[in-house]
Design a protein around this ligand. Sequence first.
Ligand code: FAD
Length: 386
Amino acid sequence: MKNDTRIKIAQRIGSDIAAKHALDVDKNSRFPTEAIAALKQEKLLSALVPVELGGMGMEMTELTALCTALGQHCAATAMVFAMHHIQVACIVRHGLGSPFFRSYCQELVEKQMLIGSVTSEVGVGGDTRSSICAVEVAGDRFTLNKDATTISYGAHSDDLLITCRRDASAARSDQVMVLVRKGQFTLEQTSQWDTLGMRGTCSPGFKLTSSGSSEQIVPGAYADSSSQTMVPYSHILWAGLWLGIASDAVARAATFVRAEARRNPGVTPPTALRLAEVTNTLQLMRSNVQAVSQECEELQKSAEGNESLLTIGFALKMNNLKISTSTLMVQVVHQSLLICGIMGYKNDSKFSLGRHLRDSHSAQLMVGNDRIYAKSASMLLVYKDE
Ligand SMILES: Cc1cc2nc3c(=O)[nH]c(=O)nc-3n(C[C@H](O)[C@H](O)[C@H](O)COP(=O)(O)OP(=O)(O)OC[C@H]3O[C@@H](n4cnc5c(N)ncnc54)[C@H](O)[C@@H]3O)c2cc1C
């Protein structure tokens, strides 16, 4: 069940803190320190940790609403928040059979560590279900090195969750996840992060070197945690924050149109028609995000639990949500820009939409849509919709 107080807290952090620094974060490609500190202060980095371990036991629809609330003000803050929670979800949903991960979650509640994601790797492109690097276990210790193309907020992460092959003899797709803690890894930056958008995520490439205790390997196969958790949480939480970016673009367009209407009382400005059009697309986006996030939450609670998240039908729905929201968002922001005209094009106007447009273009390549279409295409060869 959604907790309105927590959503209000995220809205306040969004409007009072993230929004205040969003321009600087974007302009200087800098980490959104202030907003993430405020989220930590409210213990929101452990929102997904079960209540019995001290967390909030937050469910999918509420977490999605929080991502939307932050995305309305600073896409980078919302993306860091979402990506951290994708990692926490993998730990909470697949690791709690292990005393190490139960204790880690309790520590997360207390210390609010920020967890980065290391799935991408030089040599496999954006195929998260394939790794070249392997965890090497000797006795009760492991070593793991990875040449990652992109690690968002890598330099600001306390801990990292890394995908890799199960061992040096395993196939590329036979993967596990390993949590490495601050002090157990070093990162050597291999590229810059001077991008079109999502600049505050601070996501250059890094060569990672790490070692630790073998209990830090998340139990089970990554094949399962990917389908049941990493993919649904990524696509739903990303879609949630993309909805936030799109909503703010439409809100700016609506303010612009109303101001025009006030200047000529009794006359409906021509841009009002375009506003009606863009709100239509935004509603489509919102309904899709809410419906899929609700369905995922219900499936997680169903008697079949995780098994129900492994069906082809569910995987197709996740893929469709990612593809449609990442595409519609660009459309919505572009339509809003046309409504605001030059005032939206200027960087120093309250109707400015340049940042929204640049941020929104990251969505279709953050796991390339064609890569996702290719997966859906092969599933549709055997799937019969009932
Ligand atoms: C803002 C942002 C933050 C990120 N943060 C992280 C992070 O924290 N950690 C991390 O590990 N990664 C991160 N990534 C990387 C991301 O997850 C992808 O790995 C990366 O965006 C894909 O890179 P690519 O386009 O070079 O690779 P590819 O996926 O290889 O795509 C290259 C091109 O080939 C096409 N293509 C590839 N495979 C197929 C196929 N099978 N069928 C059809 N077309 C195909 C794609 O559509 C695309 O046009 C981030 C990316 C962004 C944009």
